[in-house]
Design a protein around this ligand. Structure first.
Ligand SMILES: *Cc1c(COP(=O)(O)O)cnc(C)c1O
Length: 403
């Protein structure tokens, strides 16, 4: 099928932007493991550097990376993509393209830890101004805008509070002030949410998570809605050197084929686990946008195809009980990251968000008792059994310790 842009989601994932290798007919995109490409003569070399089609040097573009870029760009309804060596490389190329020394950025307060700390510790060195707001309330975004605001940068669902930001309305607010809207779509994946269709200008992904899905690659992607925006970022990105290696691209091309299958299954597990936790007497609270009593359940249904596979909850007994729970799980692995086929569990206050100042962390809703579980594709009954025994250990030991 040549044009799959109107096909169903799984077909788009498997075939989007892909064709058999023109040189050999290889069905799986070969790994073009080369740093440079020979020109037939001086004219061809000059033409390629002048903008003609064809490869020049892998940092500037590579056929294997290009296949992945076409695929993710199609899934995100963008004009094109830029593979990145990591999610953070993708994010920094976006920051660096639009944040001049007198520019201002408005960003989600509870976003991925390093996305925030790099702004606070590095970009401030160059005079960039920033305001972090709870973007789930759009009034906060509107109030934070300044005449020099160049970029509104949101993460939805945000990490790890799972707060959602209304992408369409946020795009209107940003555009009204002459700023671009960039969205970190890592938590939802392109299978569940497409910010460019809702009016955003740029999407970034840590493909380390759901897109690759096998916990064996670190990688990122930038997709833009308009050519002009993509080309501005491309210039910065290739010169900074945050581009992707062809072997890395091939691994992600292999992983992404099952994105839809994996997300469907993990989401089914997450939903069941959220209900189980909600009914459990030792669980103080559960945060999952798929629960009908979640305050943003309606917004989730409006802008996402499903609530995803991350569940956050608090254990009765606070920090200590939470730590014991994490130490007691046997099937779930104690590790940061998410979106893999295996279930991972972590404690944001002491791990992923330890770098955020306490006051800021609490203001962003990352409480000490918050446990984040990135639900994988195991059999549901095994996951429930594991959490059941871990909750029992965490809370009986709490009682014993209190005596
Ligand atoms: C992991 C993650 C990143 C960073 O990606 P890396 O691939 O680790 O560089 C950025 N944003 C979100 C939401 C993430 O989960």
């Amino acid at each position: 099928m040549d044009d799959v842009s109107r096909a169903g989601p799984h077909t788009r994932i498997i075939h989007g932007g892909q064709q058999a290798d023109p040189h050999t007919g290889a069905v799986s995109m070969p790994i073009y493991q080369t740093s440079t490409f020979a020109f037939t003569d001086a004219d061809e070399g000059a033409a390629r550097f002048g903008g003609a089609a064809g490869c020049k040097y892998t940092r500037l573009g590579n056929p294997t990376t290009a296949a992945l870029e076409r695929n993710v760009a199609l899934l995100e309804y963008g004009c094109g993509g830029l593979g990145a060596s990591s999610g953070m490389a993708a994010i920094n190329s976006v920051y660096l393209t639009f944040l001049d020394s007198d520019a201002h950025i408005v960003a989600t307060d509870c976003m991925y830890g390093p996305s925030r700390t790099v702004l606070e510790t590095e970009y401030t060195r160059f005079g960039v101004q920033m305001t972090f707001v709870d973007s789930s309330h759009l009034d906060n975004v509107a109030r934070a805008l300044r005449p020099n605001t160049k970029l509104v940068y949101i993460e939805t669902p945000a990490n790890p509070t799972l707060k959602l930001t209304d992408i369409a309305r946020c795009a209107d607010i940003a555009h009204g002030a002459g700023a671009l809207l960039a969205v970190d779509n890592t938590f939802a994946s392109p299978y569940l949410q497409n910010p460019l269709q809702l009016g955003a200008d740029i999407v970034v992904h840590s493909m380390t998570k759901f897109i690759n899905g096998h916990t064996d690659v670190v990688a990122g992607m930038i997709v833009a809605r308009e050519e002009e925006v993509l080309e501005r970022i491309r210039k910065v990105h290739v010169n900074i050197g945050g581009t992707m290696d062809p072997h890395q691209a091939w691994l992600v091309l292999r992983g992404i084929k099952t994105l839809g299958l994996r997300v469907e299954r993990a989401q089914e597990n997450a939903r069941a686990l959220a209900y189980f936790l909600q009914r459990h007497s030792e669980v103080a609270w559960v945060n999952y946008p798929g629960l009908v009593d979640h305050p943003q359940h309606a917004l989730m249904k409006q802008q996402m195809r499903g609530p995803g596979a991350i569940v956050c909850f608090g254990v009765r007994g606070g920090l200590e009980a939470g730590r014991r729970l994490i130490d007691s799980v046997e099937l779930a692995t104690l590790a940061v990251s998410l979106g893999g086929i295996e279930t991972l569990i972590e404690h944001p206050a002491s791990m992923t968000h330890a770098g955020v100042a306490l006051e800021e962390r609490l203001k962003a809703g990352i409480t000490d008792d918050l446990v984040r579980i990135a639900v994988g594709c195991e059999d549901y009954d095994d996951l429930e059994k594991d959490l059941e025994q871990a909750l029992e250990k965490a809370t009986t030991e709490a009682v014993a310790g209190a005596r």
